[in-house]
Write a protein that binds this ligand. Structure first.
Ligand SMILES: N[C@@H](CCC(=O)N[C@@H](CS)C(=O)NCC(=O)O)C(=O)O
Length: 216
């Protein structure tokens, strides 16, 4: 039996399927060819056992033997330590990978997540706050587009930084937010064409579809 166990919800509503953050972890595990299994925790009834692994009652978390790790960024860093396919051992490339992994979370997702909540909720009212978040995400995308126009992957070879950045940008794309940023769009297209992404995505969809079947 594998030591690596990824935990996700047993079920989620249709809307987030294909975008639930266990996908980042599945993707990395598939890229690295590391053996793992997936376990479920209840979406509706989040007990003390869940909070012991993830203090906000969220998913994903990964256990590796006696280690339990939450936060998708920390999980990807952990997997990067296990596999040169995910993070080079060369110092400059390693530093670049970490830099861009954090940039994906703290600079791009920090802007894109509140923006996507507006889209998600269908709130199209042009309030000052809405305008602020539109400008916030546009400022990040403008610079990401310039960066991605010049390189295939963020830190030399494909890495955990690309898994994170592509997954963050994918959600913006879902709501049509990349129309003016062709290099970002092309980057997502090449990242999501990778067999490891295709498998990870299909596995997540199948996981939640199986929950529907059990309930019917
Ligand atoms: N910063 C966390 C965010 C985790 C997160 O937002 N997970 C979502 C699923 S994609 C979740 O559990 N949502 C349910 C909730 O927040 O109650 C990470 O990257 O792991």
């Amino acid at each position: 039996m594998s030591d690596l166990i990824l935990t996700t919800y047993d079920w989620v509503p249709d809307m987030p399927r294909g975008y639930v953050r266990d996908l980042r972890v599945r993707w990395a595990l598939e890229e690295a060819g590391l053996p793992y299994r997936v376990e479920s925790t209840p979406f509706h009834d989040r007990g003390a056992g869940h909070f012991a692994h993830q203090p906000f009652g969220q998913i994903p978390w990964l256990t590796d033997g006696n280690l339990s790790i939450f936060e998708s960024g920390a999980i990807l860093l952990h997997l990067g330590e296990l596999s040169e396919t995910l993070m080079t051992t060369e110092p400059r490339g390693r530093s670049d990978t970490k830099e861009w992994l954090f940039a994906a979370l703290a600079s791009v997702e920090a802007a894109s997540q509140p923006w996507s909540f507006f889209k998600f909720s269908g709130d199209a009212e042009q309030t000052p706050m809405r305008g602020f978040f539109d400008g916030f995400v546009e400022a990040r995308l403008k610079h990401m587009d310039a960066v991605l126009a010049e390189r295939e992957w963020l830190a030399g070879d494909f890495s955990i930084a690309d898994i994170m950045m592509a997954d963050v940008l994918r959600l913006v794309d879902r709501f049509g937010g990349l129309a003016d940023y062709p290099a970002c769009g092309a980057y997502i297209a090449r990242a999501t064409a990778r067999p490891a992404f295709i498998k990870a995505h299909a596995d997540q969809m199948a996981h939640f579809a199986a929950a529907d079947e059990r309930a019917s």
